[in-house]
Design a protein around this ligand. Structure first.
Ligand code: FA5
Ligand code: MG
Length: 412
């Protein structure tokens, strides 16, 4: 069994999560609602949009070692210190981060696992749920999912190795992409002193090439995908960029990336390597690709959400109402020439858009009279308010009358 799936235990003195206990202190601010989210592991559910995107992206990184089962509980050293965050970096504040205690927290990004994974691999993808105290709106939620990727090269042979790889890959690439890849190094977004300029520029080319290829594959249906690279800053990369894609007339930030700070590679025992890393938001891509209107839907346990998706395919989300249903059945002896579509037409005439769906519940033929009986279940549900049983009873009564009038059936 997966310890991450066990419900957390919360007492005033300690928090037990993933099979481990942590004493609380005056920094503790992780709430039960947030801690319960750690058991969901949406990226592990094969039919969930987050997992579908994860798997599609992973397929564009052949040969990368995949990690997706790290506990969300990390040390402040792993989340901040190891990544060269300054002592007073705002991300460390209790207003921005969920702490279990002074030294233990819920990771705010997948970069928290970079150092650990770099000691054992040169090509890695890390997927995980991340936690941030943030504003509330349709595109922000205190829990979301990131995928971290990194690739390391031998610093001495990077220029040659990368050129060969990009040339070989270009032969396999299909589809066009419009991107501003011209790399300009400025004092605000500098090269690290320890790096050879040619090796660094080759690594940047490889980073942009790899990520352009990734979005190209995800947006296969988009004929003219527009991508741009914007200068950025992260404590653990230099130089750094964010990738933005043009979506419905707006530039949307998808990921942060850059050349890994050499101190991190030294700490990972790999001083002779040079490498790139990126961290992308899976919800951002899933919202666009599946056309999901609200980030809270990813957490829905409603079958009407979950049953819409299939592994390996991106299909557009069909909206459903958030309001409660009112269910009514109607049974009648059918007549010759009865057609379900005609019945539905009467339902539409009488009830309009308040009907969410009509389903044949039961059907049988009487052995003696040979008459056919049908029972339909009508699911009434408004798109914008809760309906009352009284008002639906009235509509249902009208429907019973109209079905008899127009279809000449006999109610049972
Ligand atoms: C980071 O988290 C860095 N760790 C990324 C990185 C990794 C940079 C490796 C360099 C090297 P940032 O906070 O910008 O950066 O988040 C990265 C991505 O996560 C964003 O581009 C966005 O796609 C997504 N993201 C950030 N905040 C939210 C949020 N509140 N809701 C949904 N997605 C978010
Ligand atoms: Mg950002």
């Amino acid at each position: 069994s997966n310890p991450l799936k066990e419900p957390p235990k919360i007492t005033p003195d300690s928090i037990t999560i993933g099979g481990k206990s942590y004493p609380t202190d005056k920094f503790t601010n992780a709430t039960p609602t947030i801690l319960e989210k750690t058991t969901r592991q949406l990226h592990q559910i094969p039919t969930h949009p987050i997992a579908i995107i994860k798997n599609l992206i992973e397929s564009t990184f052949p040969g990368f070692k995949q990690y997706d089962n790290f506990s969300p509980v990390v040390s402040t050293k792993e989340n901040f210190d190891d990544l060269c965050f300054a002592e007073d970096h705002p991300g460390r504040a209790v207003t921005d981060t969920y702490y279990l205690n002074e030294k233990v927290m819920l990771r705010t990004h997948t970069s928290a696992h970079q150092l650990q994974v770099m000691t054992e691999s040169d090509k890695m993808l890390i997927t995980a749920d991340v936690y941030r105290r943030d504003e509330i709106d349709s595109s922000h939620y205190p829990v979301f999912h990131q995928m971290e990727g990194a690739q390391l090269f031998d610093a001495k042979t990077a220029v040659e190795d990368i050129r060969k790889e990009i040339v070989a890959d270009a032969l396999n690439t299909t589809g066009s992409i419009h991107t501003t890849d011209a790399t300009v190094i400025t004092p605000e977004n500098p090269k690290q002193d320890c790096h050879d300029e040619a090796a660094m520029l080759a690594t940047v080319d490889h980073l942009k090439h790899t990520l352009n290829r990734m979005v190209r594959a995800l947006f296969a249906h988009e004929k003219d995908l527009q991508v741009r690279w914007i200068d950025a800053q992260f404590p653990f990369t230099s130089p750094s960029w964010e990738m933005e894609i043009l979506y419905q007339g707006k530039w949307l930030e998808v990921l942060g990336s850059g050349i890994i700070k050499q101190d991190i590679l030294r700490n990972a025992g790999k001083p002779d390597k040079i490498g790139w890393a990126f961290g992308l938001g899976l919800e951002r891509l899933a919202l666009i690709l599946f056309g999901i209107p609200d980030i809270r839907l990813f957490w829905s346990q409603d079958e009407r959400f979950l049953r819409q998706f299939e592994p390996g395919t991106i299909q557009k989300f069909k909206a459903f109402s958030k309001y409660s249903p009112c269910i009514k059945d109607i049974s009648f002896w059918s007549t010759e020439g009865f057609h379900e579509n005609n019945f539905c037409e009467v339902v539409r005439d009488v009830a309009g858009d308040i009907v969410e769906d009509v389903q044949l519940l039961d059907e049988f033929t009487h052995p003696k009279t040979n008459r056919r009986s049908l029972c339909y279940r009508i699911n009434y549900r408004s798109m914008d308010r809760n309906v009352t049983n009284a008002e639906i009873n009235e509509i249902q009564e009208k429907l019973r009358e109209e079905v008899v009038n127009r279809m000449k059936v006999e109610l049972r």
